[in-house]
Design a protein. Structure first.
Length: 660
């Protein structure tokens, strides 16, 4: 073990850090605690990173060897920043501390022990794209007939395999939970999984999930190795513990089994990633697994006003399963949060845009303001309104709504109905069907562009006379699809046209090509509802073209690069903060998410609401439309989200929105 030196300007024995000056009482108790298991429940904005950093520094000052400290974080950047801060505090080299993500540390350990699991030195790590490609190779080698029926793409299969490893569930159970619509091909999926694992071993490669899987395996199977690492690491610190999955929690237990000096830091109230395999029970049950654990709570909040925290505390108190805590602000009193019901989604967007401009006039930069939402499609109307007003914005939750692949796919069908000579749309659309690649799509377009009635070639099935290798299933679908689209176009029934596209193969295309197919389907559902505002397909498409053109180019340069309003899902916003936060679509049926309610995840949805509200430093606005149009039901009157209804009236004031 390498020795280390603290470079001192003070006498030996004198601490380099004045901990009492640097930390509040709650933080100080954690940092100065002697040893044993520690659970730190760190409330939003309570200085969690500071506590972990100073705890590492304190251990080093006490004489703990850097090589016996393991710091696990969820990004390598976070670990680097913490250790850099420790270096600054102690004027010492922290290179010998084991710090980084679970995957980073797993890689380091497996480099030393890969022979124990049948791997050779110098194994390759596959990134997600490489892993997807290798799965596709396996599918091809197994001679699975993808021509007979649709079959999930490599990215979809990789997501299932990843979920299986991180939750420690077998493939059968994982498919049931994640993709039940693939249950009829479970045997093929299981076969692919087995051959994929063999293939990786043959080519001496691991994917990211293997770094956890094999790290766990060598510790579980080899008692001597488990003891070696248990003795090596006298102190283990884990950040964002509420986001760990089952296999990560077991790895921590193995690594800390000898000294049991495990400090886990997190906030059960911010556990919102179950869809990724994060296990809420890890943090909730830590005191059961470590009976001697000391539990500390960080409840002093440095971010938000007392009024915002009162609302957040009131909301999260409704959850049954939690470590109860009450956040207390160090700030002076501020503005009471606002609930702003709008008559419809258009007025909701207008209100947010107008209020953002007013805030900007009062000196709040755009990049200090965020609009948060439960689902990406909730931002569609707002994106259009911001673009109309030339308010620059950036989207943290993905591409701009109309630039997303699935939206562009659907629109390509509509465009050829208006302009049968649209080459780009024809080629994009044709490639969505089985066994139609780039070359075939080009040949088909070259043929149909010479016809005075291109669509008739599909409805009459004459296309099959020239292209005899096109599957008969495609020919039949095209005949029905373009026949129905033509009839609906004559009636200017744009919303029904989009529904028809979904019904004739595109829903299946999403299932087999995208791991997040359900959220993409939600996006298209919102597009359907949105299209009902337009009296003609041509007007609708013209509007989309104008929006895409501006939002893709001009809006980006409408101001300084750092002067853009932030649009983000709540999931993407975790860990961030803004002076002003708007939370839109706070309506029952939209937030909480109905599917999550069906799956019994009401408390996680409320934790999402809590995360959203605690992103705000000074001002918080909760908005929702009172009336929406649903293509299946018609006009629907919405109620405020239960997360608003269950609040005390003293937690907010309600604004009446005037017409703009």
């Amino acid at each position: 073990m390498k020795r280390y030196i603290l470079h001192r300007d003070t006498a030996p024995g004198t601490p380099l850090i004045d901990y009492e000056k640097e930390l509040n009482e709650e933080q100080l108790r954690v940092v100065m605690f002697d040893g044993g298991p520690i659970l730190v429940i760190a409330g939003a904005g309570s200085g969690k990173t500071r506590v972990v950093t100073y705890r590492v520094a304190r251990l080093l000052e006490r004489g703990v060897s850097p090589g016996s400290i393991l710091l696990l974080t969820f990004t390598n950047k976070a670990a680097r920043e913490m250790l850099h801060r420790v270096e600054h505090l102690l004027k010492m080299d922290t290179r010998y501390i084991w710090g980084g993500t679970f995957h980073h540390i797993g890689n380091m350990i497996l480099r030393q022990n890969c022979d124990r699991i049948g791997y050779r030195k110098g194994f390759t790590i596959l990134d997600n794209e490489d892993a997807k490609d290798l799965i596709e190779v396996v599918v091809k080698e197994l001679k699975i007939d993808k021509k007979a029926k649709r079959f999930p793409k490599g990215t979809v299969l990789k997501e299932i395999f990843s979920y299986s490893i991180n939750t420690m569930k077998d493939i059968l159970e994982s498919v049931k939970e994640r993709s039940p619509y693939f249950f009829d091909i479970i045997d093929e999926i299981s076969d692919i999984y087995q051959h994929y694992n063999k293939k990786k071993r043959d080519v001496n490669a691991m994917d990211f999930d293997d770094l956890l899987f094999y790290w766990h395996r060598i510790l579980a199977d080899d008692e001597d190795l488990r003891k070696l690492y248990g003795q090596t690491f006298s102190h283990i610190l884990v950040d964002e513990y509420q986001d760990t999955n089952k296999i990560q929690a077991e790895i921590i237990d193995f690594m800390g089994s000898f000294h049991r000096n495990i400090m886990v830091v997190g906030d059960d109230a911010q556990s919102i990633y179950s869809f990724r395999g994060a296990n809420f029970q890890n943090i909730l049950e830590f005191p059961d697994r470590y009976r001697e654990a000391a539990i500390f709570k960080l409840e002093t909040n440095y971010r938000s006003t007392p009024e915002i925290l009162a609302l957040a505390n009131n909301s999260i108190s409704k959850n049954k399963y939690q470590f109860t805590k009450i956040l207390k602000s160090i700030k002076n009193n501020g503005l009471i949060p606002v609930v702003a019901p709008a008559k419809d989604v258009i007025q909701q967007a207008e209100f947010v845009a107008q209020r953002v401009l007013e805030l900007q006039e009062h000196g709040i930069p755009l990049n200090h303001i965020a609009v948060l939402y439960r689902a990406h499609y909730h931002s569609m109307e707002l994106q259009m309104e911001l673009t109309r007003r030339n308010i620059p914005f950036e989207i943290r939750s993905g591409l701009r709504f109309f630039e997303q692949a699935h939206i562009k796919d659907v629109v390509s069908f509509l465009r050829v109905m208006v302009n049968p000579r649209d080459e780009v749309s024809w080629k994009r659309m044709l490639k969505l069907f089985p066994r139609i690649g780039q070359r075939t799509a080009e040949h088909i377009y070259e043929y149909l562009k010479g016809s005075s009635h291109p669509l008739e070639l599909f409805t009459s099935k004459k296309i099959s006379d020239v292209f005899k290798n096109i599957p008969g299933e495609n020919i039949n679908i095209w005949s029905k699809l373009f026949g129905e689209l033509s009839a609906l176009h004559d009636r200017e029934a744009t919303s029904e046209m989009i529904s028809t596209i979904l019904a004739h193969g595109y829903t299946d295309y999403l299932k087999y090509n995208f791991p997040n197919y359900e959220s993409r389907l939600e996006d298209i559902g919102q597009l359907i509802n949105f299209s009902t505002q337009y009296q003609s397909l041509e007007t609708f498409l013209s509007e989309l073209s104008l929006m895409s053109g501006v939002s893709g180019e001009e809006i980006i340069t409408a101001g300084e690069e750092d002067e853009r309003l932030v649009l983000s899902t709540i999931h993407q916003a975790k860990g961030l903060e803004w002076k002003v936060v708007f939370l839109i679509w706070c309506a029952e049926g939209r937030f909480p998410n109905p599917k999550s309610l069906e799956e019994g995840n009401l408390e996680e949805e409320r934790r999402l609401f809590y995360v959203a509200t605690t992103r705000a430093m000074d001002e918080l606005y909760l908005c929702y439309p009172l009336l929406i149009f649903d293509r299946q039901i018609g006009h629907v009157i919405l109620k405020p989200s239960r997360f608003i209804s269950e609040l005390k009236y003293s937690n907010y004031e309600e604004w009446q929105i005037a017409d703009f």
